[in-house]
Structures are given as structure tokens and as C-alpha cells.
Design a protein around this ligand. Structure first.
Ligand SMILES: [Fe+2]
Length: 482
């Protein structure tokens, strides 16, 4: 006699069903997490902050949506708490009050056509990353200034221009990098205006901003991340050229006004951390995505990054995230660039062909060379769809250590947390844990996976089941308990 099958007995094939719950609306929350599988590692005490859009109610791109900070707080006593709170930007407050879309976004125009969008820049949603600096957390998005937030209550404070030092039309990118020796935060922002430029700056541990220099760029549409070594700040500017008339006159969104023009090549621009004149180099076109790390060897600058063949890999599913099957747009892998600024040469080598993104390193190796990179990844070259696994790559040997969460799961960025000396930590690179969100496509709930960084393929040593959907998050940070 045939028996009835549970609808969950046969998981769906790996299609958008596996990750579409990432884009559901997330509700503010403050709860104890009691469903814990495995043992919390001794010494893992602190808070994981994550940022990403909390709602896609009226967005057409998954990059759009109000920023929301999620916090996982792990106490000395083994208690776990999950908090989720929106960043109360000006845009958030006004739209919530009106209960309708008021603002134009980077990938979503306002209703009302051309007249409703003409000469309106995309709104600042503070939805991309969160850093910890000067006893505050800061919600970042590359279109505007940082929003300060209280690290405990996550109450939104002011949008800061650092005492007037950051021009109103100069943004603060979502990817600053910290010097682990000094605590200085090196960052950049796109300056919008007649003379478009990248402005470079340093924010000291007291949150005072110091200008380093500027790099004039014309026509560039997308500079998301950069590389920091002890000597250099290096920018990889892809040939994504915006149609300014479509943007200005409101006939397109910012994202769908970007044209991929590979004949223009990749522009690599270096500036010393101490300032001075920029140095310009070129290489074949690619979309240099997130930077893994950088370091100096002799006169050379070594940069490891996630390299995509073109914008369509991300642009198509980003623009059509509700309908795209994503499968046809497998991402590229990991690449090392060797740049000799004196000779003006660029050499590159592929380090890994697995689709890998959202890289992290042991932050103690920032600027001096990390051997290991940690990624959200897929399991074979060319595999599309949202990332299903966690990858460690030994960038010296090319060895991979991969854990596959499964075809119905979607892994976010995993943050490396060093094992503290009080828990037997050696201080060596890779001695620690990876902590990251994993979306369960069957339940549409979020788990927090904790993996021993030295045994990634063994899978989580501990899983915190939120019994909530925490939605999509892009970037975050770990703050150890004081
Ligand atoms: Fe990013």
C-alpha cells in the first residue's frame, strides 16, 4: 500500500525556492535563542552584527531595501540572544509614516515615471555593512554617510559627517579596512558632482576623519571595495559605464543604466596610504568584486580578490531576483594580482575556480598577507544560484576545505573570530571559528552556523536555530565581549 509522503520528504531541486525566503520582510525582534544544536565553543563570547535589507516590499533589486541590523549576542554563561532592528534613516522614517514608497532607490524607481524620478539621486538606506568603531556601531552604504547606532540597544543616532569633514556629496563606502596595529580605519567614498572622484581618508580610533587624497575618475559607475596594504590603497575600477542621461532624466534606474564596456578594460589605481599622486595601471576587463586581502612584497603589491567575468553575473539576478533562476549566472573564482607600481606591470593568477564571494580573513592579517580566505561558495565551478557552502581557501597552496550546507540552504558571509588566549588560543592565523547565517529554504528560517576554521569540512560544531527568518545580510562584524 502506498504511504503518504511528507511534502518535505523530497527536497525541491536547487532553484530559487532554496533561497527566495532571503527576500521576505524581516520583523524587528529581541528574543532568547534556546534551540542550540551542539556545544557553544568555549571562549566564543561577544556579538555578531550583520546588516542587509530587511524588507523588499516595493523593491525591484535585492540590493535595495531598508537597512536592518541583526545581532547575535553570545554571553559568558552560554546564553544566546537575537535582536533585529531597522536603521532609522530619514528615508525609513518618512516612508514608514507614509506607508508607501517615497524615494527613488539604486535599483528601483519611484512610481510615476520619468517626472517622479528626474534629478533625484537614490536614497540612502544604510543597508550594506556594519562596523564597530569608537564604542559605536556604524551602518554603512556606499551612497551616503554612516549612521551611528548604539551597540546595545541598536537605537539609531545621527548620520555623521565627522564634524563637517566629510562633504555632503562625498559618500563613505561600505568597505573600509582597519589597520590591526593602529586601529585606524582606512576608507574611501565616491564624490558626486561635476568633478567625480574617489576621496580617500583615515578615521582614527577616536573617530576623527583625516583626508588622504583624491583620485579623479570620470564615467566610472561602481567602485565597491578596495585593497589596503601597509603601503597602498588600491582600487579596481571595472568598465561599468553609467548612462547619465537615463539616470538624470529618470528613464532608468542606476543599476539598469550601467553598461558593460569590456573594451575599456579594468583600471587599477594606487595611492600611498600617506597620500601623493595616484598611479594608474590597466588590465583586461573583469568585475573585481570584493577584496580578500593585500600585502606588500618588495616593491610589489599583492592583491587577492573575488573576480567575476562580467557584471551580468550579479546584475541580472540582482535586477530580477524574484524571477531569475540564477542558475545561468555562475560566479567566477578567486584571483591574485601582482602589481609592480614602479614597472607599471600587472600579473595575475587564478587561485580557485569555485564560485566564491563574501570573503573574510583573520583580521589580524589585514594589510600584511593572509594565508587563508573564508567565503560563501558553491560546490563546483560554474555552479549558479545563491551560495550553499562555506569555503576555506589556502591561498599559498590552493587547497580547499569546503562544507556544503545542502541544496536547500543559502549561506551568507562567515566572519572569522579568533580563539581568545583565555580559551587556549595560540594567536596563529586560522585558530578560531567561522560564524555565519544560513537560510533554511524549507523552513524559511535562519540558522547561525559556527564552524571550527581548522576543520571546515566537518561542518558546524554548533548551530543556533533562530526559529525566525532573518532575511538577507551582506556584511557584518564580530565584537568580542569586553
Ligand atoms: Fe560588499
Amino acid at each position: 500500500m502506498a504511504t503518504a509522503q511528507s511534502p518535505l520528504a523530497t527536497p525541491p531541486a536547487r532553484t530559487a525556492e532554496s533561497w527566495k525566503g532571503l527576500f521576505d520582510t524581516v520583523y524587528e525582534c529581541d528574543k532568547v535563542v534556546s534551540d542550540i544544536e551542539g556545544q557553544l565553543p568555549k571562549g566564543l563570547v561577544g556579538t555578531l552584527y550583520r546588516n542587509g535589507p530587511g524588507t523588499h516590499d516595493w523593491t525591484e533589486s535585492f540590493f535595495d531595501g531598508d537597512g536592518m541590523i541583526r545581532a547575535i549576542r553570545i554571553g559568558e554563561d552560554g546564553s544566546v540572544r537575537y535582536q533585529a532592528k531597522y536603521v532609522e534613516t530619514e528615508k525609513y522614517r518618512k516612508e514608514r509614516a507614509a506607508n508607501k514608497q517615497l524615494y527613488r532607490l539604486a535599483g528601483t524607481n519611484r512610481p510615476g515615471g520619468m517626472l517622479a524620478n528626474m534629478f533625484r539621486p537614490p536614497a540612502h538606506e544604510a543597508n550594506t555593512s556594519v562596523i564597530h568603531m569608537a564604542d559605536r556601531i556604524w551602518a554603512l552604504e556606499e551612497g551616503g554617510h554612516p549612521y551611528e547606532m548604539d551597540p546595545e540597544t541598536m537605537t539609531t543616532g545621527e548620520m555623521t559627517d565627522f564634524g563637517g569633514k566629510l562633504h555632503a556629496r562625498t559618500a563613505f563606502s561600505a568597505h573600509p579596512h582597519f589597520d590591526p596595529d593602529t586601529g585606524d580605519c582606512f576608507g574611501f567614498g565616491m564624490h558626486f558632482g561635476a568633478k567625480q572622484a574617489l576621496k580617500l581618508f583615515r578615521v582614527d580610533p577616536s573617530a576623527r576623519l583625516h583626508h588622504i587624497g583624491e583620485i579623479p575618475i570620470s564615467g566610472a559607475g561602481f567602485v565597491h571595495d578596495y585593497a589596503l596594504s601597509k603601503q597602498w590603497m588600491a582600487f579596481f575600477i571595472p568598465p561599468m559605464i553609467p548612462s547619465m542621461s537615463k539616470i538624470l532624466f529618470g528613464t532608468g534606474t542606476f543599476f539598469n543604466s550601467l553598461n558593460w564596456e569590456p573594451e575599456r578594460g579594468l583600471k587599477i589605481v594606487l595611492m600611498r596610504r600617506s597620500g601623493g599622486e595616484p598611479i594608474y595601471l590597466e588590465d583586461e576587463a573583469c568585475l573585481a568584486g570584493h577584496v580578500i586581502g593585500a600585502h606588500d612584497v618588495g616593491g610589489e603589491l599583492i592583491v587577492d580578490l573575488c573576480r567575476q567575468p562580467e557584471w551580468k553575473c550579479m546584475g541580472e539576478p540582482a535586477a530580477n531576483f524574484r524571477t531569475s533562476d540564477w542558475a545561468g549566472y555562475g560566479l567566477g573564482g578567486v584571483c591574485r594580482y601582482r602589481i609592480d607600481p614602479a614597472a607599471g606591470t600587472v600579473k595575475k593568477e587564478e587561485l580557485c575556480e569555485l564560485p566564491a564571494e563574501f570573503p573574510r580573513i583573520d583580521s589580524r592579517r589585514e594589510g600584511v598577507g593572509a594565508r587563508y580566505g573564508y567565503f560563501a561558495a558553491n560546490t563546483r565551478a560554474g555552479e549558479g544560484g545563491w551560495f550553499r557552502g562555506v569555503l576555506k581557501l589556502d591561498m599559498e597552496t590552493g587547497a580547499t576545505d569546503l562544507f556544503d550546507h545542502g541544496e536547500t540552504k543559502a549561506a551568507h558571509e562567515s566572519v572569522f573570530v579568533p580563539r581568545p588566549a583565555s580559551a587556549g588560543g595560540t594567536g596563529e592565523e586560522d585558530d578560531g571559528w567561522l560564524i555565519g547565517f544560513v537560510h533554511d529554504g524549507l523552513k524559511s528560517e535562519t540558522d547561525v552556523a559556527i564552524i571550527d576554521a581548522r576543520r571546515v569540512a566537518d561542518g558546524p560544531v554548533c548551530t543556533l536555530r533562530l526559529r525566525e527568518n532573518a532575511g538577507i545580510t551582506f556584511h557584518g562584524t564580530w565584537v568580542p565581549a569586553a
